[in-house]
Ligand binder design. Sequence first.
Ligand SMILES: [Zn+2]
Length: 354
Amino acid sequence: MKITASFHLRCLLISAVFGAGCGDSADPSSAVSPAENTQHTGSGPIHVVCTTNIIKDLVRQIGGERVAVTAIMDGPGIDPHSYTPSPQDTNALTAADLVVYSGLHLEGQFDGPLESLNHRGIPVICVTEGLASEQPGRLLQTPDGIADPHVWFDPELWLSCGQHLADELSEYDPDGREQYSKSAVAFAELMRTTQAEGRKIIASVPVTRRVLVTAHDAFEYFARAFEFRVEAVQGISTESKPGLRRVDELVTLLVDNRIAAVFTEQSVSDRNIAALVAGCEARQHALKIGGRLYSDTAGAEGTEQETLAGALLHNIRQIADALAETEPDADKPAPGSNAAAPQTGASTESEDSQ
Ligand SMILES: [Zn+2]
C-alpha cells in the first residue's frame, strides 16, 4: 500500500509557520509533490541514515532490531553546525530507506542534500518537528527569534522527540507499530531516570556555584533542566563570531565570582576557552579546564557515552566534580557581584550580532 503523506513536506510546512523549523529556510512551495513509496516495503531491517550520532542513538532506542542505523557525522569530534556533507555522504543519504535528522538548523549545511531526498521520494524524518507544533512554548530561542536546536539536553523534550519518531516510524512501517510504541515508553522512562540521576549528582554543587561556562551556547536547555546559569563564548551556532568584548565579559564574570572551572567541548575548538584561562591568569585567578563536555555529539561507538543518556551523565559528573571543589572563599560572592545566581530558562543571547 502506498500512502501520500510526505514526512519532509510536512516538516517544511512546519518550518514555514515557525520560521526556524526543521527544514531551514527552504521554501515549502518548492517541495515537490508528496513522495511516493513512503512506506517500508522490503524485507529485513530498515536501513536508516542519520545526521549526528545523537540521532543515531535515538533511532536505535526507538527502532530496536527493526532498524540498521548509520550516521553521517558519527563521532564525538564532529561539529554539525559547520560540517559540509561530502559526495560520499550524499550517496549514503540517497541509498537509505529512510533518513532521520535533528532539525532546528542544527545541521547547517544539509539543507540542499535533505531537500534533494524529497525530490527523489526518499522519506525524511525531522525528530524535532513535533516540538514546533506541539510545544512551541518550550523551545528556547535567541532574542533574534532563532530557535535553539540543542533540545537533547532537556530530557523531557527529548523523550517527546522519541515519541514523535515512534509515531513517524509507525507510519512508515506499520508492522512495527507496537514495538515502536513500547520503545517510546521505555525511552521516556530512561530519560526520566537520567534526569533524576543527573539532578541527584548536581545537588552536590551549591547553587551559588552553578555557573557553566562553555565554548558555544549549547547548554541553555541543560540549564533549564538542571538549574544552572550558562554562559558561552560563541552563540548557539559555532558559525557565530566570538568578539573580544565577550571574552572580556566572561573573564570578569569568572574572576568576580571566583568560578573555579570552565569547560571545553568535544566538537568545538579549545581556542576560546584557552583565552578565558589566559585572561583569568592575567588577573591572578586560577581557572582550570573542568572537563571536555559532549555538546552536539554523543561519545564514540562502544563507549558508555555513545548514548545520549551516557553522554549527559558523563557531562554532569564532570561538571559536578569541577564546580563542587571548594576554593578559599569560593562560596562568598564577591562584593558587588550579581552573577552567582542560577537563571532557569535563561536567555539565549547569540554573539551573531557582535
Ligand atoms: Zn551546537
